[in-house]
Design a protein around this ligand. Structure first.
Ligand SMILES: *[C@@H]1O[C@H](CO)[C@@H](O)[C@H](O)[C@H]1NC(C)=O
Ligand SMILES: *[C@@H]1O[C@H](CO)[C@@H](O)[C@H](O)[C@H]1NC(C)=O
Ligand SMILES: *[C@@H]1O[C@H](CO)[C@@H](O)[C@H](O)[C@H]1NC(C)=O
Ligand SMILES: *[C@@H]1O[C@H](CO)[C@@H](O)[C@H](O)[C@H]1NC(C)=O
Length: 251
């Protein structure tokens, strides 16, 4: 685990974001726009940070909604709870439940309003890679980071270059999708990028830990697996065990 310490100190959150967006200049209600995106693309767009917000400079429906009476705003894709938002002044109005992006700023609109909208396409095939090889967690980490030909002899300097990492699985969608993919594994459990360092659970890629149903943190030297058949989000195992593993593209 020692090699990880310098790496973790330099990490800042990195979110994967979709590669392909489609602006649909045809006005629809949010529900119809969602149905259209789900049929022809992946879903209405999810916007997780300022950088992504700037990518779509136009105006239109985005995937953000809330269930009436709920205070939580969620993304259409995987019902991920929104962390980043960029509401305009005075927004969101209480009785409106769907998000419309007006250039940078977001406004809440109604079910009956019609607007153009933005869909995106997930690049699932390249995103999550199941490696059917049995490695310890650290060997798995090294394997992922060496994908795409980056030199890992000096992990600290190559940190800035590598394109894959042990997988961070944050949203319920990531999680469901990973469980499906895990069915093809040759081991009953698959390593993820979750590890325990100084009694804290961390994603090795630096993302915030958002699942709460992890058993309480054991001592160091434990890492997180996804079980093929389990119901818990993750289970805790000795990092020295050999398992198949998931690599995921960073973006
Ligand atoms: C969308 O369509 C309207 C009306 O046809 C047009 O005025 C507008 O420029 C279009 N917007 C984009 C971004 O293509
Ligand atoms: C996302 O949530 C975490 C804590 O859960 C917080 O530290 C972080 O600032 C949030 N990010 C944004 C962009 O709101
Ligand atoms: C990995 O372990 C599983 C279960 O023990 C075994 O069936 C599989 O053949 C192993 N794979 C390799 C590549 O050694
Ligand atoms: C997982 O579930 C499948 C099908 O439901 C079953 O055949 C298999 O034995 C289970 N494996 C474990 C480790 O429980």
């Amino acid at each position: 685990m020692r090699i990880l310490i310098p790496l973790l100190l330099f990490l800042s959150p990195v979110y994967g974001y979709p590669l392909r967006f489609t602006f649909c200049n045809e006005t629809k209600t949010w529900k119809d726009a969602q149905a259209f995106c789900r049929e022809h693309h992946t879903d209405l767009v999810t916007i997780r940070n300022e950088k992504e917000n700037n990518i779509f400079s136009g105006e239109g429906w985005i995937g953000l909604y809330r269930i009436p009476m709920s205070r939580k705003w969620q993304w259409s894709r995987g019902d991920e709870i929104a962390n980043y938002t960029n509401w305009d002044a005075g927004e969101p109005q209480q009785h409106k439940h769907l998000a419309y992006k007006d250039n940078e700023k977001w406004k809440a609109h109604d079910y009956t309003d019609t607007h153009p909208f933005m869909c995106y396409d997930d690049d699932d095939d390249n995103d999550l890679i199941l490696v059917k090889d049995n490695k310890t967690w650290e060997e798995a980490l090294e394997h992922c980071r060496s994908l795409d030909g980056v030199n890992t002899e000096d992990p600290l300097s190559s940190y800035w270059n590598y394109r894959y990492d042990l997988a961070t699985l944050i949203s319920p969608y990531d999680h469901t999708y990973a469980r499906e993919r895990a069915q093809e594994a040759t081991t009953d459990e698959v390593w993820t990028g979750l590890c325990n360092l100084a009694d804290q659970w961390l994603w090795v890629s630096g993302e915030q830990m958002e699942y709460e149903n992890i058993p309480s943190c054991p001592t160091n030297g434990f890492c997180g697996v996804l079980q093929k058949n389990g119901t818990a989000s993750f289970s805790i195992r000795d990092c020295q065990l050999r398992r198949n593993f998931f690599c995921k593209k960073r973006l």
